[in-house]
Design a protein around this ligand. Structure first.
Ligand code: NIG
Ligand code: FE
Length: 417
C-alpha cells in the first residue's frame, strides 16, 4: 500500500493504544508505568503528517471525499516504537566471535585480543561511505517494518577522525532520506584503538582536540556517548570526555554498567546525562543515585540475551519510583537485531515487566531518552503521525506473548504508508 493522500481516517480500531488527551507527560515512572491509557473501538484521523484527532467510534466523523478511509476491524493501533539506542551503521558481521563465545571465550576476552569493537572498526575503516549507507539503509527499513518510527544511531566503529566522520555523515544521509525521526550520537570513546593501548591519554586527546571540534563544526551529532565500563573507559576519563562534549552543546547518553558496577551511572548523573544505558550490573547505590535526576535509565535486554549477561533490575528500578526505557542496541557485537517486539518479550519474560510497562518504556520513555517526547511516543493531537496497525488480535499482551511472530502489519510514518 502506498498513498500520497494527506488525510487518513482509521476506523473500527479495536484498541487505540497509548493515547494522551490533554496532559502531555515528560515520562512515566514507578507505579504509573503499569498504566497504559487506551480507547476501545476507536477512530483516528491524520492530516498533513500529524495526528489530527481521535475518539470512540460512536463519535466518528463522516469522511469527506478527500479522506482515505482505512477500516481496521479487529486490529490495534500503536504509536511507533522509539528505539533510543542503536549502532546500525557498521560493516560486515561478527559471527566468528559468536562461535568463539559458544566455545567458551567471554566478550571481554575477545575484546582484549583485539576482536570485538576493534574488529568492527577495522572492517568499517575499509568500507566506503556508499556501502555503509546502503547497509544501514537496509537495516533502517528492516526495523521500520518491526514498528520503529524513531531511532537514535551512534558512531563508534570508526575510532579515527576520518572514520568517525564517515559514520556520522552516513547518519546525516539517513536522516535526509528517511521520514523516520533520527538522532545522531558521537561515540568515539567506544574502545581504545590498539595503537593507543599504551597511550590512552593520546586517544582521549584525539577525541577532545580533533574529533569533537570538527563534528561540532559540521553539526554532525546531537549527543555524546562513552563506553564507561571495565576494560573500556574509566570514570575519570568518562567525566573528562563528557565535559568536553558539553562545551560543544552535546548532552550525554552513555553506556554504563554493562560488564561491571563501573561508576558509570554516577558519572552520567553527575554530568546530567539524558540517559544511562545497559545497567545489567546495578546495585541499590546506582538506583538511589538515579532518583530525583533527569536521567532516563535505559535497558537493552537483547544484549543480556545475546551475551548471556544478567538482566537489568527493572522491577527494582520501577519499585524505586524510577522511569525506565527499553531500546534494542542493534549492533554487530552484542545484539545483531533491531526487533523491538522481541525486546518487549524479553522485558516481560526475563525482567518481569508487565506488557503495559514494556510498552510505556518503548514509546513515551524512549522518546524522552532522545528528546522527542513532544512530537512522538504517544497518540496525541499534533504529534507526528508515526503509528502502526497490528494484525487482528484481542489485546496488547499478544505483542510480547508472540515472541517470534511479526504482528505489525502496516507502519505509517508522518502519515505515509
Ligand atoms: O552497546 N557495549 C558497548 N557497545 C555495544 C557493543 C559493541 C560491540 O560489541 O560491537 C553495546 O553492547
Ligand atoms: Fe550500545
Amino acid at each position: 500500500m502506498s498513498t500520497t493522500n494527506d488525510q487518513l481516517l482509521i476506523t473500527n480500531i479495536r484498541e487505540l493504544v497509548q493515547v494522551e488527551e490533554n496532559n502531555p507527560r515528560k515520562w512515566v515512572a514507578g507505579t504509573a508505568m503499569a498504566i497504559l491509557p487506551s480507547i476501545k473501538n476507536a477512530w483516528l484521523s491524520i492530516k498533513d503528517g500529524l495526528i489530527h484527532d481521535f475518539g470512540e467510534m460512536k463519535d466518528c466523523p463522516s469522511p469527506t471525499d478527500q479522506v482515505q478511509v482505512i477500516d481496521v476491524t479487529d486490529k490495534l493501533v500503536f504509536p511507533t516504537w522509539v528505539d533510543s539506542h542503536t549502532h546500525i551503521v557498521y560493516a560486515g558481521s561478527r559471527e566468528g566471535e559468536f562461535v568463539d563465545r559458544i566455545k567458551g571465550l567471554s566478550y571481554e576476552e575477545i575484546a582484549q585480543k583485539g576482536g570485538g569493537i576493534l574488529n568492527s572498526a577495522r572492517r568499517l575503516q575499509n568500507t566506503s561511505e556508499e556501502k555503509l549507507f546502503e547497509d544501514a539503509w537496509e537495516r533502517l527499513q528492516e526495523v521500520k517494518n518491526f514498528g520503529t518510527g524513531a531511532i537514535e544511531i551512534k558512531s563508534g566503529y570508526g575510532l579515527t577522525l576520518e572514520s568517525e566522520l564517515k559514520i556520522l555523515r552516513v547518519i546525516r544521509q539517513l536522516r535526509q532520506k528517511s521520514k523516520m525521526t533520527i538522532k545522531a550520537t558521537f561515540l568515539g570513546a567506544h574502545a581504545i584503538p590498539l595503537e593507543y593501548k599504551h597511550n590512552r591519554a593520546g586517544y582521549i586527546n584525539l577525541i577532545i582536540d580533533e574529533m569533537l571540534p570538527q563534528i561540532a563544526d559540521e553539526g554532525l551529532a546531537d549527543y555524546m556517548d562513552v563506553f564507561c565500563d571495565k576494560g573500556f573507559f574509566t570514570v575519570e576519563e568518562t567525566d573528562q570526555l563528557l565535559k568536553a562534549g558539553a562545551k560543544y552543546g552535546l548532552k550525554a547518553k552513555i553506556h554504563a554498567n554493562e560488564l561491571a558496577v563501573s561508576g558509570g551511572v554516577q558519572v552520567g548523573v553527575a554530568n546530567n546525562a539524558l540517559s544511562v544505558d545497559h545497567l545489567e550490573a546495578m546495585t541499590d547505590v546506582e538506583i538511589d543515585c538515579l532518583k530525583g535526576s533527569n536521567t532516563m535509565p535505559t535497558m537493552l535486554p537483547s544484549t543480556s540475551f545475546f551475551l548471556n549477561l544478567d538482566y537489568a533490575p527493572a522491577r527494582k528500578m520501577i519499585a524505586a519510583g524510577l522511569p525506565v526505557a527499553l531500546a534494542s542496541d542493534y549492533n554487530p557485537g552484542s545484539t545483531p537485531s533491531g526487533r523491538m517486539p522481541f525486546i518487549l518479550s524479553l522485558a516481560c519474560i526475563k525482567m518481569r515487566m508487565l506488557p503495559q510497562e514494556a510498552i510505556n518504556a518503548a514509546t513515551i520513555n524512549g522518546a524522552y531518552a532522545m528528546e522527542v517526547q513532544e512530537e512522538l511516543g504517544s497518540i496525541a493531537r499534533g504529534k507526528k503521525a508515526n503509528i502502526f496497525i497490528t494484525k487482528p488480535m484481542d489485546s496488547i499482551a499478544r505483542i510480547p506473548y508472540s515472541f517470534g511472530s511479526d504482528l505489525v502489519e502496516t507502519v505509517i510514518i508522518e502519515g505515509q504508508h
